[in-house]
Design a protein around this ligand. Structure first.
Ligand SMILES: NC(=O)C1=CN([C@@H]2O[C@H](COP(=O)(O)OP(=O)(O)OC[C@H]3O[C@@H](n4cnc5c(N)ncnc54)[C@H](O)[C@@H]3O)[C@@H](O)[C@H]2O)C=CC1
Ligand SMILES: NCC(=O)COP(=O)(O)O
Length: 329
């Protein structure tokens, strides 16, 4: 197998992540996939849905897609499909951090992650609002969550925050930091020399000249003016209800939404299967599925692997782009 070595982390053992990873191992990729997780969980998940996968050695998994290095990180207890066990929180988070450490050490050039159940991790005693934030803290980097499908890219200023707290979190410093990370990532990772970014307003009709909220006037417009002076191509603040009209969207390389449910429902509606979640700002690419643990489907074999497959392809491409960039630097 050729291509960059990538870490593949199945995520929540009781969710669809393990069986989707087992599906991924049925085929060959342009990357070498190292698995970070419990080997027995993957073998069981494959058996349940009738796929060939065996542990050929303590640190190897064999499937029709080849032989894959396994970094076996045992779960605390066996979890039935659809029933997360909070006692497994430490091993689920541990697998993500072990994969991140492998990337930071240069053993892997990027990581692909399956879905994690946030409540199960918190119920297990670990404060966790998402892997983007977990990796930001672990690496000391500022990150931005961006979801992408073949028709749009949507990045977020705030991520997993209660709606009540969003307006207070929308500070000039946070918005500016987010835009700088997004702009740099579009240039470097996506090869867009002069990206056009649409910035949504926070309030209905982008605040209606201050009559429906003042964040656009007091926070967003001054930051956009400052960054435009540096040469960034920024459109907005735009009313969120019409910014995604196809004719408008065609002009933008990315849309920056102020909060999770302002941007992600549109993206998932327009292409759930092909969408991926990319953490921008890390020293190496991390790409996740766009969907969650789908506990209702776990063990049924009905979960669609398209997002995981798109995540592996996207991470491969980003890892290659990074290597090429470093060679020419
Ligand atoms: N990348 C990640 O780690 C993500 C994790 N989550 C977490 O997952 C848990 C469950 O979240 P939900 O809101 O229920 O969203 P969900 O995405 O797990 O499920 C929503 C609906 O989509 C369906 N669905 C999800 N993935 C599918 C697939 N691959 N194929 C076919 N249908 C699929 C499910 O059956 C369900 O009907 C939560 O703890 C959430 O925070 C949610 C989104 C992303
Ligand atoms: N809505 C995205 C999500 O829940 C996954 O986020 P993260 O775990 O990648 O930070």
């Amino acid at each position: 197998m050729q291509g960059p070595r990538l870490a593949l982390v199945p995520g929540e053992p009781a969710g669809v992540g393990p069986e989707l990873c087992a599906r991924a191992l049925q085929q060959r990729w342009d990357a070498r996939l190292d698995i970070f997780g419990d080997g027995a969980v993957l073998v069981d998940a494959a058996r349940r849905i009738g796929l060939p996968l065996e542990r050929s050695a303590p640190d190897l998994l064999r499937a029709p897609g080849g032989e894959f290095v396994l970094h076996h990180l045992p779960t605390a207890t066996a979890a039935a499909p659809g029933r997360p066990e909070p006692v497994n929180a430490a091993s689920t988070v541990g697998a993500l951090l072990a994969a991140a450490d492998a990337c930071s050490a240069g053993h892997c050039l990027g990581m692909v992650t399956g879905p994690v159940h946030k409540a199960a991790i918190n119920d297990g005693g670990i404060a966790y609002t998402g892997t983007t934030g977990l990796l930001a803290r672990h690496t000391g980097c500022d990150t931005v969550m961006m979801l992408a499908n073949p028709t749009m890219r949507v990045a977020l200023v705030t991520e997993h925050l209660p709606l009540r707290e969003v307006a207070d979190a929308l500070t000039p410093a946070r918005l500016e930091r987010t835009l700088r990370i997004l702009h740099a990532a579009l240039r470097e990772g996506f090869d867009i020399p002069d990206p056009v970014i649409a910035i949504l307003g926070l309030n209905p009709h982008a605040g209606e000249d201050g009559h429906l909220g003042r964040e656009e006037i007091e926070v967003i417009q001054p930051v956009l003016a400052r960054l435009r002076n540096e040469g960034m191509h920024l459109e907005g603040p735009l009313p969120a209800d019409t910014a995604f009209l196809p004719a408008k969207l065609a002009d933008f390389d990315a849309v920056l939404a102020m909060y999770h449910d302002q941007g992600l429902p549109v993206l998932k509606h327009s292409g759930f299967e092909q969408a991926v979640n990319i953490s921008l700002g890390l020293p190496w690419p991390r790409v996740a599925v766009d969907h969650g643990t789908a506990l209702d489907l776990a063990g049924s074999g009905k979960a669609d692997p398209s997002s995981l497959f798109a995540a592996i392809e996207t991470c491969t491409r980003l890892a290659r782009a990074r290597t090429a960039r470093e060679r020419t630097a």
